[in-house]
Design a protein around this ligand. Structure first.
Ligand code: HEM
Length: 384
């Protein structure tokens, strides 16, 4: 998509159709992400049957799809319990990644599929650990993560059958979660679910419906995105052997490598907003009610913001990429995603001897929003 984005980036703001704008410059995207007149609520939602939330307002979805002020207290409550729990997680992630790699290398020497065998099991394993889900339940979480991810697609791109399946999956997810939640109410543990249920002032605590929706969102939002970051990062390193060699000898470079992968090949390519008032932008007027597609991946290669934008350059100074969005909806799981990718990429390059791509380019998932290979086969000469 990048040559196409480069083309689009020449005209930072343009009409896509009668009520949608495409915005592709770093500056304009950054501005709109921070503009309180831009709403994440895509359309007017019928709230007749919606249950009431902790703020007494109808619950219309996870906080990713809600505007302030409803968004803020839910995000804050969750973050307050999430942030301290991920701080000490790096050694667990290292163990998880090393274990996945060892298991696979003994099964089939000489080749591995980084997506299926490493990137895919990683984020679900980590989220299960945070939620205190026992290892035997992990396959169920994997299956829900895969099926619920469809909820991130714009609804108008889904078929009738996909919409029905998604509704069934959502119901099954609620039915699956409720006994787990009930058990944590009876016997709270050190996990995130117990903390969200029992910590803090009971009068402002999120309701059980809000909790179920929040947990589903954490599972979905952190799943395929992280899979793609690990896969896109592996691909970028294998295509840039000098960067790979530097990371191999200096693991301190992992943080900069991951930031550059996020800029160069972001897992989330775009996001959307709807204007709630007329907004002047680069000589255009976006009218209230109109939609805006913010092309994060195009902004990440905007030559007005990044020197030599098509080069993969981990030492790039001031790498203010847009891969995690911006403003009040800035990615909730950014610190965790960074940690998982830094560990995974470091382990891959330090432990695989002479890794090389089997297919270049690899096959991709057909998805406009999320970009990443479906399979990433890497040949190697063993573990060093
Ligand atoms: C929001 C990207 C990993 C949870 C976002 C947004 C982006 C993004 C672009 C902003 C969407 C918008 O403004 O419309 C990514 C990428 C990831 C990643 C590229 C991995 C490489 C994660 C993880 C979690 C997570 C691991 C959770 C465990 C969320 C949540 C939001 C969000 C809950 C909504 C935040 C809010 O509305 O306040 N993410 N994400 N993400 N992300 Fe991530």
């Amino acid at each position: 998509p990048y040559p196409y984005f480069a083309e689009l980036c020449r005209v930072p703001v343009q009409r896509l159709d009668a009520d949608t704008w495409l915005v592709s410059s770093h500056e304009a995207i950054t501005r709109l992400l921070r503009d309180p007149r831009m709403s994440v609520q895509d359309r007017d939602i019928d709230t007749t049957d919606a249950p009431l939330g902790s703020d007494g307002e109808p619950v219309t979805g996870p906080f990713l799809f809600r505007d302030p002020p409803h968004h803020d207290s839910l995000r804050e409550q969750t973050m307050y319990r999430f942030a301290p729990r991920i701080m000490g997680l790096r050694p667990n992630i290292e163990m998880l990644v090393t274990g996945l790699l060892d298991k696979r290398l003994s099964d089939q020497p000489g080749q591995l599929d980084v997506v299926a065998e490493l990137a895919y099991p990683l984020p679900v394993g980590v989220i299960c650990e945070l939620l205190g889900v026992p290892p035997e339940e992990e396959p169920v979480f994997h299956s829900f993560a895969g099926r619920l991810t469809k909820a991130l697609d714009p609804e108008e791109t889904l078929t009738e059958q996909e919409i029905t399946e998604l509704a069934v999956t959502r119901r099954e997810w609620r039915e699956y979660l409720m006994p787990m939640i009930a058990q944590r109410i009876e016997h709270p543990g050190p996990d995130l679910i117990s903390a969200l249920l029992t910590d803090g002032d009971p009068s402002t605590r999120m309701t059980l419906v809000e909790l179920g929706i929040t947990l589903g969102m954490l599972l979905i939002a952190g799943h395929e995105t992280t899979v793609n970051l690990v896969a896109n990062g592996t691909l970028a390193l294998l295509r840039h052997p000098e960067a790979l060699a530097r990371l191999r000898t200096d693991p301190e470079l992992a943080a900069a490598v991951v930031e550059e992968v996020l800029r160069y090949d972001p897992p989330v390519q775009l996001t959307g907003r709807r204007a709630t008032a007329d907004i002047e932008l680069d000589g255009h007027t976006i009218r209230a009610g109109e939609h805006v597609s913010l092309l994060l991946a195009a902004g990440n290669r905007d030559p007005r913001r990044f020197a030599d934008p098509d080069a993969f350059w981990p030492e790039r100074p001031n790498n203010a990429h847009l891969a995690f969005g911006g403003g009040v909806h800035y990615c909730f799981g950014a610190a965790l995603a960074r940690m998982e990718a830094q560990v995974a990429l470091t382990v891959i390059v330090t432990r695989l001897d002479n890794p090389r791509l089997v297919d270049d380019p690899p096959p991709y998932r057909p998805n406009m929003l999320l970009r990443g290979p479906e399979q990433l086969r890497v040949a190697h000469d063993g573990i060093t």
